[in-house]
Structures are given as structure tokens and as C-alpha cells.
Design a binder for this molecule. Sequence first.
Ligand SMILES: Cc1cc2nc3c(=O)[nH]c(=O)nc-3n(C[C@H](O)[C@H](O)[C@H](O)COP(=O)(O)OP(=O)(O)OC[C@H]3O[C@@H](n4cnc5c(N)ncnc54)[C@H](O)[C@@H]3O)c2cc1C
Length: 568
Amino acid sequence: MLFKRSHICSHMPDASSDLTKPTLVDIILPLEQSEDTEAQKAAVAAKLNTKISQIVELRLRKHSIDARQRTIKVQLRFEVGLGESLTPEPELHPKYPTASSDAKKVIIVGCGPAGLFAALRCLELGLKPIILERGKDASARRFDLGPILKEGRVIEDSNYCFGEGGAGTFSDGKLYTRATKRGPVRTIYETLVAHGAPERILIDAHPHIGSNLLPKVVMAMRESILSAGGEVYFGTKVESFIIHERKMAGVRTTDDREFLSSQVILATGHSARDIYEQLHAQKVQLEQTPFAVGVRIEHPQAQIDSLQYHTPQGQKRSALLPAASYRLATKIDNRGVHSFCMCPGGFIVPAATENDEVVVNGMSLARRDSPFANSGMVVTVEPEDTAPFVSEHGVLAGIAFQKSLERAAKQHGGGGQVAPGQRVTDFLMCKDSADLPKTSYFPGIIPSRIDQILPEWITSRLRRGLNIFGKQMRGYITEECNLIGFETRTSSPVRIPRDERTLQHSEISGLYPCGEGAGFAGGIVSAALDGMRCAEAAAESRGYTSQDRRAPEPTTTPSSQVKPQLSS
Ligand SMILES: Cc1cc2nc3c(=O)[nH]c(=O)nc-3n(C[C@H](O)[C@H](O)[C@H](O)COP(=O)(O)OP(=O)(O)OC[C@H]3O[C@@H](n4cnc5c(N)ncnc54)[C@H](O)[C@@H]3O)c2cc1C
């Protein structure tokens, strides 16, 4: 870690204070003064009960916007140089020990956040990671987004979900996580910064990278893996598992190669349906798990800004404010209804992985400056909700249900990746939309009866949930708002069970189900944390002591950047 331990101070440090610890001060300023150095120094000096002239340097450590009241405030944490400048901070650089020639090999299937962080941690622990990835490297992959966006043609192994960096590469790149109990979140941020992510993610309460910067970061991570002696194979799709007497021995790829190792970290994400089918066919135990499906809801960003920042309609938000976001949740008849992966100033993108489906998701660029705000609006699906699919699909019933919705979206869309859309007001009144408001979804949308395509148990809950949200955020339900179908890939409907301590599959030793696809993560940071944990578990089973496992960071509660979660 490059950052020194610190203590937070609300008074002048006395002579008995530990002088090796930097002085940290929390202040709150009105938005307009938040970037004014003199105002910052004055507030810090008042808090420390000292003269402004004593404050030689301020280094920002935390930044958080509180827009809950009409007067927007900014919470700032500074490290203070009292009477002298602060010691310059070393830059974060990636540095991994080179794998020795006899280092034990660990096969990692999937080059998403889980796979990449597993590989880096393997190197730190003296193991040699070998990543197998079905998709292309991030720069080649970028060109494969053209056909899906412009022609509606899905390249099945190279798209928004598959390829270097996994679903994280062309994602929104929101890094905010509640998974602080699961591991060292700060290490994830520092690793990303060391590989080219903006340093600001170390400071912001709701850190965000953006799709334009993420490819560069994941490519730099690959470079770190390769230069330390790891191996990365693109266009290498794992087809089956080599298992002898319930022990993992390696994997076979579609081009008839075998990669052998007694340790396989399986980090294939929630869209690798063929992997679940293969595991099922090879009688590897799987379990159904709850997930969520629904729609993407899209508003003009200006409308969300005005609701969250209380700016009059038609007036732009202050240049000091980011595009506003929201988080909404309620429970209707024993099922959650909630917003998911809200993308302020973002775009809706086609996230299908096969040509017979339409799937939508959201992303944004670092600037978050598109005129649209989109979010998933989804209803929880419990295993019993997929009962009609169980007789044919067994434990894969949830996937069959997801797929049925994705096919329905294709059928009711306008061909290619043109998605079905309905004004939210028409959805609530169960009527046709004569036309649709503008959208950021590049392939386009076509008026459709989303209220009739989704099963009634979902639409009825969505309707009631949306009505509640419309009351909590007056102006949320508006003629200018589209619902676009369907958001189905929120998380995996299948869990690959593993032992809590060894992290190996409950029945197959040496198989480490990992990340979002295995049901142990939901987002970039939690997938990365899980990747690290699996690498540590693999090292431990090779004889490393448990001290090699990183202790979770103490839980912190970052203050809200926008309104807190609204739940009924
Ligand atoms: C458009 C979009 C926006 C998102 N925005 C955010 C966000 O803002 N913040 C956030 O936290 N999360 C976001 N997510 C979710 C996030 O990307 C995932 O939670 C995260 O990437 C999961 O990481 P993972 O490593 O477990 O799996 P994945 O990222 O899905 O990676 C799995 C990898 O395995 C590869 N693979 C699959 N099958 C095989 C096989 N048979 N052989 C070899 N390789 C295989 C895939 O090609 C893929 O690269 C977004 C997702 C999408 C699609």
C-alpha cells in the first residue's frame, strides 16, 4: 500500500499526538465554495482551531456530494500540511514478482475482473496464472461492437459481455460497492490506478471510470500478467472439463487443445450459458439462485438532475455537479422491485450474446455527458417463479426463463437489435405508445406492448413499484420516459456451490467457482475481490499459509453522493 495510515482529527493535534500519523480533517462546504482553496483552508483552520497561515498544504482524500437538502453540500476530507508541506506521494506503479520456472500453474477461465485480479494475485503468491479467454483482446473487441450496434448482428464470442476485461470493459465502470466486508476494496482501486485508471477513484465516494478508459486499464493489466510470466490466450474457448475421480485435471478447448492443471479458477461470468450446460452435462453440482429481470428505464438526464438537485426545469445543473443518479427500491408481494446499475449521462447498449435474442444494459463514458439517464428497473425472480421451466431444464430453469424473455424481446423488437419500447405512462395505463421519446439506444426502439410481453406477475409488480417511485421522486413518471426491453442479465440464475473455506467446488476438488457467473459477485469490484480470494485459496491449498490471505478492510460507510436509497 502506498498510502500511510492516518487518523482523523477534529481538533489541534497536541504534543502527545503520534507525529508519524498525518492529520486528517473532515469539513463540509456549500457546493459553490467547495473548490475554493481559500474557503477550504479557512474551514480546515477553524476545525483545527489554528491560523490559516499555519496551513501550508491540503491534500484531498475524500469527496462526497450531499444533495439530500435543497442546499447542496460537499463533504471533504483533507490531509493537512501544518506549518510544512506534505511528503510527496509515490506514484502507484504495477509491480509483480516474476513467476519462477517451477511455479505451479493455475488455469483461469475468463478474463473479466474476476479472472484478471485472480491472475495478478496468483503472481503475487508465486503461482503461474494461465488465462483462457473465448473473446478477443480489448482493442480487437472494440471493432466487434460495430456490427451489433449498426447492423444488429451479434458476434457470439466477442461482444459487450465476452472478450478481454469481460463484461467490465465496455461497462459503466461504476466502482461503488457495498462489498467492503468481502475484502480490500482499496487494493482494487489502487491496482486499477496503477494500471491507468484516474486517481480520482481513490477519493470519490462513488468512484466511476467510464467505458472509454476501461479498455486501456484492462490491457495494462494483461501486460503486467504477461511481463511477470503469466500466460493469456485469447480466442480460446473452454468446451469441457477434465475431471478424474472428482478431482480437476484441466480443461479442453473448442480447438481441441488441452490445458492441464489440478487447479482451475472458473470465472466465466453470468452470460456463459454453455459453461453451465457443460457442467450440468458433466454432472457437476449446480444450484438455482434468485436473480432479477425487467426493463431499462430512460429519462432525459436534465429531468433527473432537476429532481435530484432541485434545479428549476430548463435550467442546467451547476458545472460543479456530476450528472445526477438515483437508487430506488421497494418490495411488492414478496418480490423486490428496484433500480439496477443506474447510468447517469449514459447510453443503453445491446448486451446480447446470441443472435436470437435482444438484451439491454447500460454504460457511460468517463464524462457522463450524454443527455440521457438510464437504469435497470427489475423485479426479483425466485427459483419457484421459474417452475414452468424446471421439467425441461432442471437446475437451468432460470436461464431458460431469461432466454424466453430475450427471445420475446427479439420477436417484438424491430429486427436485428431493435428493441421493444413503451412510454412509462402507457405501460402504467396498459395502452399502446403511438410514438416514443428519443433514446440513447443506438440500434433503435419500436413501440411495443411491454406490459403484455412480460409475464403478469412481473408487470403487476413493476407497475406498483413505479407508482411508488413516482410518489417518492415527483416527476419520475413522465411522458418523456421510455421503458426498453429487456434487462435480463442482472446476475446469474445459477450458483456453482463451493466450500466456504477452501473455495473449491463442494464435490470437485481443484475447481474454484469464481466471480459473478458462479454466483459470488455482483459487479466489477466484488468480482475482482472474489478473483483475489480464489487465487489465495488456490495458493493455500498448495501449502501457503493462511497469512497470505488478505484481511478484509474495516467496513466504512461512504456518504451519499445523491439522495439515499428510497425504499418503502
Ligand atoms: C453494459 C454493462 C455495464 C455494466 N456496468 C457495470 C458497472 O458500472 N459497475 C459494475 O460494478 N458492474 C457493471 N457491470 C457488471 C460487471 O461488468 C460484471 O459484474 C463483472 O464484469 C463480472 O465479472 P466476472 O469476471 O465475474 O465476469 P465477466 O466480466 O462476465 O467475465 C467473464 C469472462 O469469461 C469469458 N468466458 C466465458 N465463457 C468462456 C469460455 N467457455 N472459455 C473462455 N472464456 C470464457 C468471457 O468472454 C468473459 O470475458 C456491467 C455489465 C455490462 C454488460
